[in-house]
Design a protein around this ligand. Structure first.
Ligand code: V55
Ligand code: FE
Length: 490
């Protein structure tokens, strides 16, 4: 006999956050408004966390929980929806035991003794498509390779033996010009280690470069950015203390007395070529983009002037007050490293989950797409920000409703930057179900050009990726013509 399944009565699991625990298959979502634009053919993959079984604790946090991968396949004038658990080692052990076996977020010392040594990755953060393969990612473990059509879990995957680090970021970048995959591992030799392993894979998945270096402290390195010459690593003082973890404490602690460090790592060079910059404490989860301008490198991030994760306290146990994230340009100058890290706010309204027209990742760009306008009633919408002027255009789905991270899809491979569609999951919170909407990215305020009714709740997804039908077929992202870009890398 096993225990009945009971989730704790905590805010995280109320309302929209109620564990869903369901795999879905819907052929032909109902079109309730507008029409699917011609030529919008491909698959939107999204990944989020759900809860397979209760952890038996009251301190669960929203970034934990088993991965659920979602697929919206656009083609033949219809959209099909499918979702599947990411069948990680963690998932399989819990399935066999018919109960939760993993304790506090990333704290292996709070797990059931029966899963000692089991890999803990939940595969809950994003989907990556590269060189014909689909993966579900969580930053504390290796990728899980998924079948791009069925969403069956294939294997825990070290990319043909290339990844010798213990983990792989959930924010890799696919270079839009070269089809290279740029990624890294942090705490790359295990919990609380200061090692970073930076990897560049070619369009054929072969390892091109690998750079190991040490960060100043054992930080949480959730995201990074790229330019044509550099990998840009920000280190924010959310730090792992192994003794605290061993005692069952939080995986990270916020250290306001420590500095932010930025490392520029040469994409095709070695650790000797790394350049370092420093500034006062702040934090961020997510980068929008980075690019070079003369001797300067700009890094656009949703910056918190304090602790971005208030559920990780200070070493003294203080819970910091929440602070809002603002889109901020951090600038470093290779000719003047002593100047530290310059800071300029790009937009006056708090925003998160920044995305771009990904054909411009690593290059000078104008269009950012963010979730913003989080009102006291929990509602939010999608905003396009022209980062060169601060001019914006926004759409809100309605009182109490909210949106998930936006996905930009170019109208065609050579259309100008920002000319295309936004594909967006809308949480119809009062109706406890979702919509999938398509907006014209150049006129968001005009509202959706197509709305598909999803009769169930797509509970929460963090990140995802659009893979056009041509890319699904060829394995490669189509390189656009680079008339306006001077590529000065290799
Ligand atoms: C983040 C998200 C995570 C995680 C660590 O947004 C940091 C930041 C979705 O999982 O494990
Ligand atoms: Fe993230």
């Amino acid at each position: 006999m096993v225990e009945p399944v009971r989730f704790p009565d905590i805010e995280l699991y109320r309302g929209w956050g109620e564990p869903l625990r369901t795999e879905c298959d819907i052929r032909g979502l109902e079109l309730t408004q507008g029409a699917l634009p011609a030529g919008l053919e491909g698959t939107l993959y999204r990944v989020g966390a759900d809860r397979q079984y209760p952890s038996g604790r009251e301190d669960d946090i929203f970034i934990d929980g088993e991965g659920m991968i979602h697929m919206f396949r656009f083609g033949n004038n219809q959209v099909d929806y499918r979702s599947r658990w990411v069948q990680t080692e963690r998932y399989k052990h819990q399935k066999a035991a018919q109960r939760g076996l993993f304790g506090r977020y990333r704290n292996r010392y709070t797990n059931d003794p029966s899963v000692a040594g089991v890999h803990m990755g939940a595969g809950n953060t994003t989907a990556l498509f590269h060189a014909g393969r689909l993966y579900a990612l969580k930053e504390d473990d290796l990728p899980y390779r998924m079948d791009p059509d069925t969403l069956d879990t294939l294997q825990r995957d070290d990319i043909d033996g290339a990844i010798t680090a213990t983990s792989f970021t959930a924010h890799p970048k696919v270079d839009p010009v070269t089809n290279e995959l740029l990624a890294f591992s942090y705490q790359a030799r295990g919990d609380a280690t200061r090692d970073i392993a930076f990897y560049v894979f070619g369009s054929d998945r072969k390892l091109i470069n690998e750079v190991w270096f040490e960060m100043p402290y054992a930080a949480c390195v959730h995201d990074f950015a790229i330019t044509d010459e550099w990998a840009v690593f920000p280190f924010f003082p959310l730090i792992t203390d192994l003794d605290v973890v061993k005692a069952g404490g939080p995986y990270y602690q916020w250290h306001p007395d420590q500095q932010v460090h930025i490392a520029l790592v040469p994409r095709y060079g070695t650790a000797e070529g790394i350049r370092w910059f420093k500034g006062p404490a702040a934090s961020a989860g997510h980068m929008m983009n980075a690019f070079r301008e003369g001797s300067k490198v700009h890094l656009d991030v949703c910056l918190y002037e304090g602790n971005c994760f208030p559920f990780f306290p200070t070493p003294q146990g203080e819970v910091t007050a929440p602070v809002p994230p603002f889109l901020t340009r951090l600038t470093v100058d290779l000719q003047d490293p002593q100047a530290g890290i310059g800071k300029r706010r790009l937009f006056p309204i708090p925003c998160e989950m920044p995305r771009t027209d990904d054909r411009y990742q690593g290059h000078a760009y104008r269009n950012g797409f963010v979730i913003s306008g989080r009102a006291p009633d929990g509602s939010s919408g999608i905003t396009r920000i022209d980062v060169t002027t601060g001019v914006s255009d926004a759409w809100m789905p309605g009182p109490g409703d909210s949106v998930q991270e936006a996905q930009f899809v170019p109208r065609n491979i050579d259309s100008p930057e920002g000319d295309g569609w936004i594909v967006l999951l809308v949480c119809r919170v009062s109706r406890m179900r979702s919509d999938l909407v398509v907006l014209d990215a150049t006129q968001l305020a005009a509202g959706p050009v197509a709305t598909f009714r999803i009769p169930v709740r797509v509970r929460a997804t963090f990140h995802g990726m659009w893979v056009s039908q041509a890319t699904l077929d060829s394995g490669l992202f189509e390189a656009r013509r680079l008339d306006s870009l001077q590529r000065t890398g290799r």
